[in-house]
Design a binder for this molecule. Sequence first.
Ligand code: C5P
Length: 218
Amino acid sequence: QSIPVITIDGPTASGKGTIASLVAQRLGWHTLDSGALYRLTALSCLRRGVDVQDEAQVQHAAQNLNVRFDYPHIYMDGDDVSDAIRQEEVGNLASQVAALPLVREALLQRQRDFRVAPGLVGDGRDMGTVVFPDAPLKIFLLADAEVRAQRRCKQLSEKGISANLTSLLADLRARDERDRSRTHAPLVPAQGAHIVDSSQLSIQEVVNKVLDLWSGIA
Ligand code: C5P
């Protein structure tokens, strides 16, 4: 019997991370925030002055990430980078490095290593399509772009980071477009994925929906 995985994929700011960690908490499972690995790769490039167009250099950065996850803290080279990787600049750069096939390949096994008993909830763009294609439950989480921009704006302002709704919306649409249209592991629902639109749902309602779906399988 293989270790169970629930995959939650979807566009930027659809609430994947929040839902994944609440579902994992309820089940007593581990989490994989796969976007963090792309963000860490981007930050590592920024800090080392690596040109993100240079695929071999970025691949090298991805292979040599020296990171430690201690949720909610993430450390790189001993530094707490939990806030630094959430900056919009790093997110935008992350979606550029994520389009490079050698970078995705470099991060693949690292992601699969998170599959540890009793189970894993993995969130990202290609959890159900590429990383854990055998997952028994796959969710594709959607929300309207305006709703996502508002959520992101609120999240940032709660952290004391000032944000502009119009530019957030534009960034988010650009990032969605890049994630959807790339050749390698584009953002598309996995075969058999349950599509959940969270635009009109509370966090708790989405969590319950996922848990209901899981209890129908387990
Ligand atoms: O989810 P998050 O916004 O943290 O992800 C940052 C970027 O990393 C995304 O815009 C996407 O381009 C990339 N990503 C990816 N595959 C994943 C997770 C994230 O390509 N599984």
